[in-house]
Design a binder for this molecule. Structure first.
Ligand SMILES: Cc1ncc(COP(=O)(O)O)c(C=O)c1O
Length: 389
């Protein structure tokens, strides 16, 4: 099938449609958007200005500048237990997102299947489709705190399955896989000879003493794992469009060829700033401050949702919470449309993230505390007025 035909198969993200609906309604509080409300820390912006002043305004290498690849290799060793050669096993990308399509393009054959936990980040299935493959949803369940289980994976694996995506901490559920979960998934991947995409963009945003683990660090796994990460959430740099991939050399070599003919390379001065940021204590202090504030908001929203009659698991990571709304008798789409119209609060229906998301709603708490309080008041009022709980 031609790429233009495949493009017909991927629709505009359900999240975008919702934002269109909210446009023009005055006084709306958006709990829809999946990005930090914090600005990029000042010293990182200063590094970018410094880079511009130094004349770093030219093309860079297709796989990214050496300084940044080396700084990432150090971080991966220290924080993730992953040892990589910065010359051949790291590539800098234009945000984490392109890593999926470029990654699948390195090995996926027509109609091969990729296991995707459901609900999931909206880019996974379209990336698989654009690369010529077939996404297969593997449901995760509220009873298991939405953590992907090998039992569910086993039910969906076929001889056509060639890869699997994991995302911990998770968007949209906030679930964090334990080390044991990852060890079981690693055994499953080895048994079925699968490549694993590990999306770790929320790795630093974990709570209640929980730790985020990297599957590529587990024994014998590096050779089959494509680790996707990004500066977007870590340092509140979504608009900078800067991410990275750590993977075996053959994957990086092929992805670099893809990037060569696509974006060429990420902007050079932003890479310089990110390399400096990784080594600057102030960046990690800022991460800790953001983490603490997200944690405070998480507790507020979790408490309020449960009190108002929407049963909600306390998520362990990311900045999303995923209350159950099916007991109101409404679909997740009806629920979110009602709340936009009547409460002027934007939340994304769980169905936008896959079949297993139906019956839930995604709330992003990357929004000021006071706004979250106000949003909770408004939602509660409509639930009570309409006798939905
Ligand atoms: C789970 C997950 N992975 C990857 C991304 C991509 O982020 P970016 O392309 O900004 O790095 C996002 C963005 O929302 C996400 O939620």
């Amino acid at each position: 099938m031609a790429l233009s035909d495949r493009l017909e198969l991927v629709s505009v993200s359900g999240i975008r449609k919702l934002f269109d609906l909210a446009q023009g309604i005055e006084g709306v509080i958006s709990l829809g958007i999946g990005e930090p409300d914090f600005d990029t820390p000042e010293h990182i912006k200063e590094y970018a200005k410094e880079a511009l002043d130094k004349g770093l305004t030219h093309y860079g290498p297709n796989a990214g500048i050496r300084e940044l690849r080396e700084a990432i290799a150090e971080k991966l060793k220290k924080d993730n237990g992953i040892e990589v050669d910065p010359k051949s096993q790291i590539m800098i990308t234009v945000g984490g997102n392109p890593g999926f399509l470029m990654g699948f393009a390195t090995f996926l054959k027509d109609d091969e299947e990729v296991l995707i936990p459901s609900p999931a980040f909206v880019s996974y299935a379209p990336s698989v489709i654009l690369a010529g493959g077939k996404p297969v949803e593997v449901p995760t369940h509220e009873e298991n705190e939405f953590r992907l289980s090998v039992d569910d994976l086993e039910k969906h694996v076929t001889e056509k399955t060639c890869a699997l995506i994991i995302n911990s901490p998770n968007n949209p559920t906030g679930a964090v896989l334990t080390k044991k979960d990852l060890e079981e998934i690693a055994d499953f991947a080895i048994e079925h000879d699968l490549i694993v995409f590990s999306d770790e963009v929320y790795e630093y945003y974990v709570y209640d003493g929980v730790k985020s683990h990297s599957i590529a660090s587990l024994n014998g796994m590096f050779d089959r794992v494509i680790t996707i990460n990004s500066f977007s959430k870590t340092f509140a740099m979504t608009g900078w469009r800067l991410g990275f991939v750590a993977a075996p050399e053959w994957v990086i070599e092929r992805m670099t060829r893809f990037q060569m003919y696509d974006s060429t390379c990420p902007a050079t001065f932003t890479q310089y700033a990110a390399a400096k940021a990784l080594k600057d204590e102030r960046s990690w202090k800022a991460v800790e401050e953001m983490r603490k504030e997200y944690d405070r908001r998480r507790s507020l929203v979790w408490k309020r949702l449960n009190e108002m009659g929407l049963p909600t698991i306390k998520p362990k990571g990311a900045f999303y919470i995923f209350p159950r709304v099916k007991d109101t008798g409404l679909t997740s789409k009806e629920f979110s449309e009602l709340m936009i119209r009547e409460a002027k609060v934007v939340m994304v229906p769980g169905s936008a993230f896959g079949k297993a998301g139906e019956g839930y709603i995604r709330i992003s708490y990357a929004t000021a505390y006071e706004k979250l309080e106000e949003a909770m008041d408004r939602i509660e009022k409509i639930l009570k007025n309409k006798k939905l709980v």
